[in-house]
Design a protein around this ligand. Sequence first.
Ligand SMILES: CC(C)(COP(=O)(O)OP(=O)(O)OC[C@H]1O[C@@H](n2cnc3c(N)ncnc32)[C@H](O)[C@@H]1OP(=O)(O)O)[C@@H](O)C(=O)NCCC(=O)NCCS
Length: 205
Amino acid sequence: MPHVLAPHVAGAEIEDSGQKVVLHPQETTIVTRSGEKHRRDFTLGRFCAHAALAQLGGAGGAIGRGGNGAPVWPAGFSGSITHTAGYAAALVARTSCFLSLGVDAERVGGIGDNLMPRLFDTAERALLADLTEERRKLVATILFSAKEATFKALNPVTGKKLSFPDIHVELAETIFRATCGSQEVAGNFAVGGDLVLTSAFLPAP
Ligand SMILES: CC(C)(COP(=O)(O)OP(=O)(O)OC[C@H]1O[C@@H](n2cnc3c(N)ncnc32)[C@H](O)[C@@H]1OP(=O)(O)O)[C@@H](O)C(=O)NCCC(=O)NCCS
């Protein structure tokens, strides 16, 4: 988690060990019709979001859900939530620093070669084609996750639907740069075991 933070951004994460975690009462209504797995993922994500908000002095209020599925943050805050098998995380900032954030977690190995034409553009596929199978699985997961984090940062601001090839990602060391039309988005990535974590940042104007 520390590797995907940025100055003035708070983050929290949780490994699911079956621990008791409760939702804010107003948040329970969002998942009354959901299955057990989705409710658990949602609860762990909201737990992280509240923990990150508390670090910035924003604890207390419910985090709603907008019509686009994005979290509705308390006034003055922006952020993002992710969950994947056994893990959840959230990033939060003040809107005076960041208009919007994206965070995404993925387990390595979910992206087979058959999916690549739908997810990656020509340049990304050329990069992947040069790698060993093991390395390709890892880099494909990082590229995919970077696109998801970028989408989460952009969508609440632009309202635009995007497909994966709309976003081009370039990786360097532990950072990435995503290009979506004329928009450039900077982000970080980190790998721990089979977990890939990415973050994307839209600074305040
Ligand atoms: C939003 C989306 C990117 C989520 O990614 P995911 O890997 O499936 O799931 P994650 O657990 O990482 O993220 C889920 C969280 O994303 C957040 N989210 C959902 N819709 C969002 C949106 N439009 N904007 C920002 N965040 C959103 C929510 O907080 C959600 O968790 P919650 O329901 O518990 O609050 C994906 O489900 C989606 O809607 N995709 C459609 C568009 C798309 O894939 N475009 C291609 C990307 S370039």
